[in-house]
Design a binder for this molecule. Structure first.
Ligand SMILES: *[C@@H]1O[C@H](CO)[C@@H](O)[C@H](O)[C@H]1NC(C)=O
Ligand SMILES: *[C@@H]1O[C@H](CO)[C@@H](O)[C@H](O)[C@H]1NC(C)=O
Ligand SMILES: *[C@@H]1O[C@H](CO)[C@@H](O)[C@H](O)[C@H]1NC(C)=O
Ligand SMILES: *[C@@H]1O[C@H](CO)[C@@H](O)[C@H](O)[C@H]1NC(C)=O
Ligand SMILES: *[C@@H]1O[C@H](CO)[C@@H](O)[C@H](O)[C@H]1NC(C)=O
Ligand SMILES: *[C@@H]1O[C@H](CO)[C@@H](O)[C@H](O)[C@H]1NC(C)=O
Ligand SMILES: *[C@@H]1O[C@H](CO)[C@@H](O)[C@H](O)[C@H]1NC(C)=O
Ligand SMILES: *[C@@H]1O[C@H](CO)[C@@H](O)[C@H](O)[C@H]1NC(C)=O
Ligand SMILES: *[C@@H]1O[C@H](CO)[C@@H](O)[C@H](O)[C@H]1NC(C)=O
Ligand SMILES: *[C@@H]1O[C@H](CO)[C@@H](O)[C@H](O)[C@H]1NC(C)=O
Length: 640
C-alpha cells in the first residue's frame, strides 16, 4: 500500500468525492433517467477494504517495454530473436552494412553489425538506427554505448538527427581505441536539443579514411534518455512518471500470455533476464516481436520498489502454446521456480541470493505474492492445471509459507478441489460497456471465504484483436461501475489490475491501453480509463461504509469509504442524463471533488486530450454536498 499520506488541499475533516460520469447518447442499461438521488453515508459498519485493491498489469506487448517504458530507444539493438534481420539499421555515407554471425558480441548476443568501408573513402561513415518508429529527441541528456571490434584509434561521432530534415539535434565526439579481435564497450553521454517531431535517428560514424578497404564490427548499441530515479538500464522518466501518478498499489508481471511461450523453450525464462545486458539473449515472444529482456526480473522489481508497488510475480507453470508439461515432466521446472524464488528471496549466502547481490540488490527483494501460471482455463490448460498447481503450490508453500499464492483462473473445473486455504483466484475480463455494468453485483453474493483477484480487466468494444481502438467515456464509465462493485466487496476482491498498460501507437497488436505514446514530443496520451484508475486508486479508505438511500443502483452507482476522519465517496453515472446527487457525510464541512465527464464516445487521442479529471472544492452545509454532473465538467459542477 502507498504510505497512506494522502494530502489534500482541504481541511482536516476532509472528504473527497470522485465522480465519473458519462453523458449523452442512447445507453441501454439504466432504470431511471435524470433524477435526484440522496445518499447518506454511515460512519461505521461496512466491509473491510483491501489495501491492495487498485493495481496494474504489465507484460511486454504493443512495445510497452522494449521501445516503451524501458528507457533504451534503439530497436533491434542486439539482433535478438529470429525475425528482425537488419530492421531499423541503415548505412551512413559510403559504407555497407550486414549482420555478421561470425563475430558474436557474446555467447548470448550471437551476431554483430559489420560496417565495411570501400577503398578510397575519406569521409566519416557508419550506420544509423531509426529506433521504434523514430527516436524521441528531447531537450535532455542522453547516454549511449556500443561495443566495437576492429583495429581503430580515433574519433567516433554520435548524432541525433532528423531522418528526413537532416537537422542535427545532438552532435558529440568521443575517442576510442578498439582492438582487432575482441569486442570492447564504450559509453558516453551528451546533451540534445528537442526535435519538433518523432522522425529522428541515431548516427554513429567514424573516420572512414582509417578503415578504407576494411571493416569494423559494432554490437549491442544502446541509447537512453533520462531514466526514472536515474537508474542505470532504467525506465523512461517521462513514461514512468505518468504511470506513477496513477498511485497503483501493485504490479502484476511479467505476463500474461507473454510468460507462456509459443513453445516450452521460448517461455519467459527468469535466469536469461538478469545480469549484464550483453549476457541476455532475448527471445521470440508471444506478441509477434522479439523481446530484448533488458527489462528483466531485477528491473521489474526495481520498478516496483521505486513506485512503491507490491510485486505480484507470475511464474511459468508448464503451459506453453505448444506443449503442456505436467507430472514428472514438470519437476525440473518446479526446481527452476525454486531457484528463481531463491534468487529473489534468499539471503546472500544462498547460491542464487548471492547472484542477486552481485547483480545489485544486496537484500532479498520483498515479494509476497506469486501467481502460478496464466489463464490455465484456456488454451488446453484446464485438465492438467489442478495437478500442476498443487505440485508448484506445495514446493513454494513448504519453503515460503508467507507467500500468498494466486491460481491463474476462476473456473472450478480447472482448479484443485478443495483449493488450499488462502489461495486467491484470478479472473480476467475484457468486456463491452453494458456487460461490465451488468456485472456490477458479480461479487455481492459470492462466498466470503474465497479471495478473488481481477488480474486483467478493461473495456473492449470489440473482440477483433487487430486495429487501434481508443478508450471512450462510456467504456471507462462502465469500468468505474464495475470497480464500484469490486470496492463494495473488497473484503473478498483483494486486487484488480487494469490491462493492458501501455502501447506505442505506431506498433500495436492489442488496444486500447491505459495510456500510449509515439516518438513525437507531447505524444504521451492518458486514456479516459487512465483517469478513472487514477481517481479510484488515489481516493480509497480502509473501511467501506454503508450508504442509506431510497434510490436503487443504476444509472448512478456509489461506494463510500473512510480512513480515520477522511471520507471518500465515489459515484459513477452510466447514463445520458444529468444526476442531482445530495450526499451527506458525517462530521465534515468541505471537500475536494474530482470529476471526469464526457459524452458517450468521447475519448483521448495523441495531441488531443479532450477529457480529463477536473478538480474543485466543495462546501458541505452540515455535511450535505450537492453534486450535479454536467456535460461541461469544468463548468458549475458542485453547488451547496
Ligand atoms: C532544456 O532543458 C534545460 C534543463 O532542464 C533547461 O534549463 C532549458 O531551458 C531547456 N531548453 C529549452 C529550449 O527548452
Ligand atoms: C568531431 O570531430 C570531427 C573530426 O575531428 C570534427 O570535424 C567535428 O567538428 C567534431 N564535432 C564535434 C561536435 O566536436
Ligand atoms: C549516464 O552516464 C553517466 C556517466 O556518463 C552515469 O553517471 C549515469 O549514471 C548514466 N545514467 C544512466 C541513467 O544510466
Ligand atoms: C537457467 O536455469 C536452467 C535450469 O533451470 C539452466 O539449465 C540454464 O543453464 C540456466 N541458464 C543460465 C543462463 O544461467
Ligand atoms: C541464509 O539462508 C539459508 C537457507 O535458507 C540458511 O540456512 C542460512 O542460515 C541463512 N543465513 C543467514 C546469514 O541468514
Ligand atoms: C459488504 O458485502 C456484502 C456482501 O456482498 C454486501 O451485500 C454489502 O452491501 C457490502 N457492504 C457495503 C457497505 O458495501
Ligand atoms: C467456502 O465455504 C463454502 C460453504 O459455505 C464451502 O463449500 C467452500 O468449500 C469454502 N471454500 C473455501 C475455499 O474454504
Ligand atoms: C462500440 O461498439 C458499438 C457496438 O458494436 C458501436 O456501435 C460503437 O460505434 C462502438 N464505439 C466505439 C467508440 O468504438
Ligand atoms: C499519488 O502519486 C503522486 C505522484 O507520485 C503523489 O504525489 C501523491 O501523493 C499520490 N497520492 C496518493 C493518494 O497516494
Ligand atoms: C438538487 O436536489 C436538491 C435536493 O433534492 C434540490 O434542493 C436542488 O434544487 C436540486 N438542484 C437541481 C439543479 O436540480
Amino acid at each position: 500500500m502507498k504510505s497512506g499520506k494522502v494530502v489534500y488541499s482541504c481541511l482536516a475533516a476532509a472528504t473527497c468525492i470522485a465522480l465519473v460520469t458519462c453523458l449523452a447518447g442512447a445507453l441501454t442499461h439504466h432504470h431511471a433517467s435524470s433524477g435526484s438521488v440522496n445518499l447518506a453515508v454511515g460512519k461505521d459498519g461496512g466491509n473491510k477494504s483491501s489495501p491492495l485493491l487498485y493495481g496494474m498489469m504489465f507484460e511486454e506487448m504493443d512495445h510497452s517495454g522494449d521501445g516503451g517504458i524501458h528507457g533504451q530507444l534503439l530497436q533491434n539493438n542486439g539482433f535478438q530473436g529470429s525475425t528482425l534481420g537488419l530492421t531499423s539499421y541503415a548505412p551512413v555515407g559510403d559504407a555497407q552494412i550486414s549482420q555478421d554471425f561470425l563475430s558474436p558480441v557474446s555467447a548470448a548476443i550471437k551476431s554483430s553489425l559489420s560496417v565495411s568501408v570501400p577503398e578510397g573513402v575519406s569521409d566519416y561513415v557508419g550506420f544509423a538506427n531509426t529506433g521504434y518508429n523514430g527516436v524521441p529527441v528531447m531537450n535532455a541528456t542522453y547516454n549511449t554505448s556500443f561495443w566495437i571490434m576492429g583495429d581503430y584509434f580515433g574519433t567516433i561521432n554520435i548524432q541525433l538527427i532528423g531522418s528526413h530534415s537532416g537537422i542535427v539535434y545532438a552532435d558529440h565526439n568521443l575517442t576510442v581505441q578498439s582492438m582487432a579481435s575482441t569486442f570492447k564497450q564504450f559509453s558516453t553521454s551528451f546533451e540534445s536539443k528537442e526535435s519538433p517531431d518523432g522522425d529522428n535517428e541515431w548516427h554513429l560514424t567514424f573516420d572512414g579514411s582509417k578503415i578504407a578497404g576494411s571493416s569494423l564490427n559494432f554490437g549491442y548499441i544502446q541509447l537512453f534518455p533520462p531514466t526514472y530515479h536515474n537508474r542505470a538500464n532504467g525506465l523512461r522518466n517521462d513514461l514512468a512518471t505518468v504511470l506513477a501518478e496513477v498511485n497503483s498499489t501493485f504490479l502484476r508481471f511479467p505476463g500474461g500470455n507473454n510468460i507462456e511461450g509459443l513453445q516450452v523453450d521460448s517461455r519467459w525464462k527468469w535466469n536469461t533476464t538478469i545480469g549484464p545486458l550483453v549476457d541476455r539473449p532475448g527471445r521470440d515472444s508471444d506478441w509477434f516481436y522479439p523481446n530484448t529482456d533488458a527489462l528483466g526480473l531485477d528491473e521489474y522489481l526495481w520498478w516496483c520498489e521505486d513506485m512503491n508497488m507490491t510485486p505480484l510475480l507470475a511464474v511459468w507453470a508448464g503451459k506453453s502454446y505448444g506443449d503442456i508439461l505436467s507430472g514428472s515432466e514438470l519437476e525440473p521446472y518446479v526446481e527452476d521456480i525454486m531457484n528463481e524464488l531463491e534468487y529473489i528471496l534468499g539471503n546472500s549466502s544462498t547460491p542464487n541470493g548471492k547472484l542477486r547481490a552481485q547483480n545489485g540488490h544486496k537484500d532479498p527483494w520483498k515479494v509476497d505474492y506469486v501467481e502460478i501460471g496464466n489463464e490455465d482455463d484456456l488454451t488446453h490448460g484446464c485438465a492438467t492445471y489442478p495437478d500442476r498447481f498443487n505440485q508448484i503450490y506445495k514446493a513454494i508453500h513448504d519453503k515460503y509459507p508467507h507467500v500468498t499464492l494466486v491460481a491463474s483462473n476462476g473456473d472450478y473445473n480447472c482448479l484443485p478441489s478443495p483449493l488450499p486455504e488462502g489461495v486467491i483466484i484470478d479472473l480476467h475480463l475484457y468486456r463491452q460497456p453494458d456487460d461490465f455494468v451488468a456485472l456490477f453485483n458479480q461479487f455481492d453474493n459470492q462466498p466470503r471465504n474465497q479471495s478473488v483477484m481481477i488480474g486483467e480487466y478493461g473495456c473492449r468494444n470489440t473482440t477483433d484483436a487487430k486495429g487501434t481502438y481508443w478508450s471512450f467515456m462510456q467504456g471507462s464509465c462502465s469500468e468505474a461501475v464495475y470497480m464500484i462493485g469490486m470496492e463494495r466487496n473488497s473484503d473478498i476482491v483483494k486486487m484488480a489490475a487494469y490491462a493492458p498498460m501501455l502501447e506505442h501507437f505506431g506498433i500495436i497488436s492489442w488496444s486500447p491501453t491505459l495510456y500510449g505514446f509515439d516518438s513525437s514530443p507531447g505524444s504521451i496520451t492518458p486514456s479516459t480509463s487512465y483517469f478513472v484508475q487514477q481517481m479510484f486508486a488515489s481516493n480509497k479508505g480502509d473501511t467501506i461504509l454503508p450508504v442509506k438511500t431510497s434510490s436503487e443502483f443504476g444509472p448512478l452507482y456509489w461506494v463510500a469509504s473512510r480512513t480515520g476522519s477522511q471520507y471518500f465517496v465515489k459515484l459513477a453515472n452510466y447514463g445520458p442524463d444529468e444526476q442531482n446527487v445530495t450526499v451527506s457525510i458525517p462530521d465534515t464541512h468541505a471537500g475536494r471533488l474530482e470529476m471526469l465527464a464526457g459524452t458517450q464516445f468521447q475519448g483521448n487521442q495523441p495531441h488531443n486530450i479532450a477529457v480529463q479529471t477536473v478538480t474543485s472544492t466543495v462546501q458541505g452545509d452540515g455535511g450535505k454536498y450537492t453534486v450535479i454532473n454536467n456535460k461541461n465538467a469544468d463548468k458549475d459542477v458542485a453547488r451547496e
